[in-house]
Write a protein that binds this ligand. Structure first.
Ligand code: HEC
Length: 136
């Protein structure tokens, strides 16, 4: 009598575990409903970065860098005589054309977005200037 009870209890336990396993399986579906934090973007959204389609003029770009945008107030760039220390030192970080266009257009953290103040051509120009003067 006692033995039957133990077997029955074990059976109930086993069925319970199986059911729990199935349920947690459906809980871990590949597409979460809620995402906490930032979703990494594999490729840049080139539609929102029109400057990527343009050919920049480094000479005009230097004027953008040293002009009203005051990039040099926050960034160090030897070629422009800039020694700002709020953002990354561009001589050292040597950003790619794509990174300059993305940051200047959209901003990030302490970096303001210039997508409204600068034209896509000016953004392409400043990117050409930075990549050329830093070898990035
Ligand atoms: C108010 C200060 C400020 C101004 C003005 C500013 N930046 Fe920035 N910039 C930052 C900060 C802070 C970051 C770092 C952002 C981050 O990575 O979160 C940054 C990041 C960048 C980066 C990416 C560098 C890297 O290696 O990650 C580039 C390129 C850049 N800025 C270019 C420019 C240009 C060009 C201008 C002018 C049109 C400009 N910035 C104006 C503060 C500034």
């Amino acid at each position: 009598m006692r033995r039957t009870h133990v077997v029955a209890a074990l059976l109930v336990l086993a069925i319970g575990l199986l059911a729990a396993g199935c349920l947690s399986g459906t809980d871990q579906a590949a597409t979460p409903d809620k995402v906490v934090g930032e979703v990494p973007v594999a490729a840049p959204d080139t539609e929102a970065l029109p400057a990527l389609d343009l050919t920049g003029d480094p000479v005009a770009g230097k004027a953008v860098f040293t002009g009203a945008s005051s990039c040099g107030g926050c960034h160090t760039l030897a070629d422009a005589g800039a020694s700002g220390a709020v953002g990354p030192n561009l001589d050292e970080s040597k950003p790619s054309n794509e990174l300059v266009v993305t940051r200047v257009t959209k901003g990030q953290g302490g970096m303001p977005a210039f997508g409204e103040q600068l034209t896509p051509q000016q953004i392409a120009d400043v990117a050409a200037y930075i990549t050329q003067s830093t070898g990035g």
